[in-house]
Design a protein around this ligand. Sequence first.
Ligand code: S3P
Length: 432
Amino acid sequence: MSQQIAQILSLRSSSALRGRLTVPGDKSISHRLLLFGALAEGQSQFQGLANGADVCSTAQVLRQMGVEIEISPELTLVNGVGLNGLKAPQQALDCGNSGTTLRLLMGVLAGQKFNSTLIGDASLSARPMGRVATPLISMGAQISLSHERFAPLSIQPAPIKGISYHLPVASAQVKSALLLAGLYADSPTQLTGELASRDHTERLLPAFGVHLSQSDQQIKIQPGQRLQATQATVPGDPSSAAFWLCAAALIPGSQIQIDQVSLNPTRIGFFEALKQMGAEIDWEIQQHDPEPWGSVSLSYAPLKRLQLDAKDIPFLVDEVPLLALLATQASGNSEIRGAEELRVKESDRLAVMAANLKALGASLEEHPDGLSIPGQQRLQGGLWQAHHDHRIAMTGVLAGLIATGTTKIQGADSIAVSYPDFMQDLERLQQD
Ligand code: S3P
């Protein structure tokens, strides 16, 4: 049973972390399974769904549109209503802190015969929605945004046309929203451009019986394809596993293994970056279809400098805060560039990481697209501000494990967005 996480946490330096564990189900896969299960015909059954607040937001908004969803720790049941079976919601659909919920739903709602309004918390309401709305509007969708870019936003019924669209940013959320809208169009939808981002939608739609034609250069979807209910097991989230791999890479003597974790090649950029830094990390795929998963293990070893550029970022986009922390402890100067997308996540993660690391006594340089971080710096306890961002809060906990004195994390309750048992798992690894 998850315990509520305090708003302020105090951390002191930690001895080695040891042990074997599993992490919560993958958040990106969980959102998609719920959404695709809702649009399918028949009852879908999923094991190991993510238990954080973000995935609860997806379940809640789908329930508001008449989808019956039963979630228990063992099994999630979704009674699909079919591609055209969603009901008009009586109230605004509250996506909470979850960008994936809001952006994927925009694609689905563009094709419905009812009005809908999408809202979110303060962080989500400050994130750019034009990147999804602009191509949807060129498909014929009727969308009104706040200040032309933000949620709250409302969607009115309109006929949807297929388009050919060149994606200007590598974003799995945009790519997925457009493929979903493509199901409601009058002709095929074809995407080109920045397609290299996490590919769960491309892997999972076919598991529901939808055919996509795909290559590295384009993805094409035919409209009107009906989804059929399916069964799936959700592997652990590599973005949650990343916290323990990072902690073990920071604390001498640590040795950990994480089992049943997603090893989807579009999600393991962080594992590869750790390898580049000289970490003793290994992973092995045990199962392939539709999503590859297996075990990953890491034993502490001193780290070397890190060099990342734009082509690396989509495959470790959520792990950049952890890499910035690791860079402060590596030998040599690290460079993280081409990472301007970090500025429009749950917080401006480049600015927030720079400010927090400085508050713990580190020196580093912030650029419009990244950070330059000298290595072998001693961190001293201080105040770390989460800025309503779960990944920043958890990165702060890890900083507190290697800083001298006491580190206070302000806004630690946001951890429940993706990893409600984070502090319990930390305690287990400290005791093993
Ligand atoms: C996600 C895509 C990524 C990622 C987010 C989850 C998804 O966002 O940062 O945490 O499930 O599609 P972008 O699509 O904005 O890169």
